[in-house]
Design a protein around this ligand. Structure first.
Ligand code: UD1
Ligand code: CA
Length: 497
């Protein structure tokens, strides 16, 4: 059993945020959430995890309780450095020996594979006192440098602000991931001073102290420097997010997913996509979203916690908490809200909003509608511009439309209301009473035509001329040209019937 200490108490001052740095989100997890997920993936239940909290302690603690309930939290009330943080973790978890892994809470791209490889190197032979993850980077600004001895061994880690000009030229950096012998770590931390530019206890000083006392210290240099990317401000956060996006997209493309424009496709690490799905440009797959084989999603689409089954198409859509059946079609310009469940080959078309709505197999809501708190049976068609009137100002009510129903355009269904199987409703109806199976529901004003109204009330207009031509009567040329007969009282008759 190993102890894993995750450092998450720092200020994150340069983020200039109310939110503690480690809680900033990146593609589906917080920074510290990524690190804890990597720990879980690398070691499963075979690790005792201690998260050091301090800045924003309450929020970080409740976040950790949510995403890694098995982890314990240690409070570092004052942030006096990474060495101090580890000391507090060891004390609070009463760790005096055994393997101790320490991870900065702000290195979200570290993989489980690399973490395990680091630990393997640490264990090789008689084992090392300490082993740290390093990488060669183009721009080491701000990072701790790995100072090597002439024979290539590790001599020490020097922090950027304490480094000499020669040390600043070193491009091998300390990633902030370490394996330690617990007993030696505890002993050595007690000797760490605060004689540095920040007046802090640096965990990194343990390395030189161990080397000086003749203990073996190793470095595991990863070839993928991205894994060591940390994040101190929002510029670095954006760069890191883009690198993680590329890694995630590359993974899906190699597994058989077509991503048309990887630069504008953002897939959370928690989402899943099956082979032969096509992800069109400017698409976001967030949270627990899944996309089935052969489905086409996008362009310009955001799916949050939404399941899209095989061969469905989802175009220019925003969806949250929805499920889209096999071969179903959504959009363009659809808004699927939580509780939407579309059956096989169902259709939600253009400018349609759904919420807590179940559409059966082959059911269609093609145009300009709001379908909320409703069930639409299989193979039914809901006319254009339909609204389920689900809210009476106090409570929500359901609309239930049966199978093979045909509802007319511009209907209001004033819930609670039911339309039976095979029923029809007339266009423009406000349906307030149930429509029995097979019936036609009509609920609208009856039309009447007032013959000759235009000739009497709008004489000499183009309309009057057109009407006269249509009925074969004489046309008043002068009147049509003047076209200026307006503002009489006829409007009262037209408006008031
Ligand atoms: C640290 C390393 C540096 C390395 C870099 C990699 C030290 C002294 N330096 O520098 O060698 O190259 O990470 O990204 O360790 N934290 C606490 N309590 C504290 C201080 C920090 O919990 O008192 C946590 C922070 O929340 C953060 C982590 O420790 O998650 C690292 O702290 P940070 O201040 O970011 O260290 P760097 O200056 O980046
Ligand atoms: Ca850092």
């Amino acid at each position: 059993m190993r102890t894993v200490i995750v450092l998450a108490a720092g200020m994150g001052k340069r983020m200039k945020s109310d939110l503690p740095k480690v809680l900033h989100p990146v593609l589906g997890r917080t920074l510290v959430g990524h690190v804890l997920a990597t720990v879980g993936e690398a070691f499963g239940g075979d690790a005792r995890t201690v998260v050091v909290v301090g800045n924003g302690a309450e929020r970080v603690t409740s976040h950790v309780a949510e995403i890694a309930p098995e982890a314990v939290v240690a409070l570092q009330a004052e942030q006096r450095g990474t060495g101090h943080a580890v000391r507090i973790a060891l004390e609070s978890a009463k760790v005096t020996e055994g393997r101790v892994i320490v991870l900065n809470g702000d290195i979200p791209m570290l993989t489980a594979e690399t973490l395990r490889a680091l630990e393997r190197l640490h264990d090789e032979g008689d084992g090392a006192a300490a082993t740290m993850l390093t990488a060669e980077v183009d721009d080491p600004t701000g990072l701790g440098r790995i100072v090597r001895t002439v024979d290539g061994g590790v001599a020490k880690i020097v922090e950027h602000r304490d480094a000499t000009p020669e040390e600043l030229a070193i491009r091998e950096i300390n990633a902030g991931a370490y394996a330690f012998d617990g007993m030696l770590l505890q002993e050595t931390l007690a000797k760490v001073s605060t004689h540095n530019d920040q007046g802090e206890e640096y965990l990194t000083d343990v390395v030189a102290l161990l080397v000086d006392s003749g203990r073996p210290v190793r470095a595991y240099r990863t070839a993928d420097a991205d894994e060591t990317l940390g994040c101190n401000d929002r510029v670095e956060l954006a760069a890191l997010r883009a690198r993680l996006r590329d890694r995630v997209n590359e993974g899906w493309m190699r597994s058989g997913v077509s991503i048309i424009d990887p630069a504008t496709t953002w897939i959370d690490v928690t989402a899943r996509v099956e082979p032969d799905a096509v992800i069109e440009p400017n698409t976001h797959l967030r949270g627990s979203t899944t996309v089935g084989a052969g489905a086409v999603v996008g362009p310009d689409t955001s799916l949050i916690d939404t399941d899209v089954a095989a061969r469905a198409t989802v175009l220019r859509t925003h969806a949250q908490g929805a499920s889209v059946g096999e071969g179903a079609s959504v959009g363009p310009y659809a808004y699927l809200r939580p509780g939407t469940a579309l059956g096989t080959k169902a259709k939600v078309g253009t400018f349609v909003e759904t919420k807590n709505a179940q559409l059966g197999e082959g059911a269609k809501v093609p145009h300009l509608s709001y379908i909320g708190d409703a069930t639409v049976g299989e193979h039914s068609n809901v006319g254009a511009a339909t609204v389920t009137v689900n809210y009476d100002g106090v409570a929500k009510h359901r609309t239930v439309i049966g199978a093979h129903a045909r509802t007319g355009a511009d209907n209001m269904f004033v819930a609670p209301v039911e339309v039976g199987d095979g029923a029809y409703t007339a266009a423009g109806s406000v349906i307030t009473n149930d429509v029995p199976p097979g019936a036609l529901g009509v609920a609208r004003g009856k039309q009447r035509n007032i013959d000759g109204w235009v000739a009497r009330r709008r004489p000499g207009t183009a309309a009057a001329d057109a009407a006269a031509r249509a009925s074969g009567g004489p046309v008043d040329d002068e009147g049509a040209a003047s076209g200026d007969v307006r503002g009489d009282r006829a409007g009262e008759e037209a408006g008031g019937r």
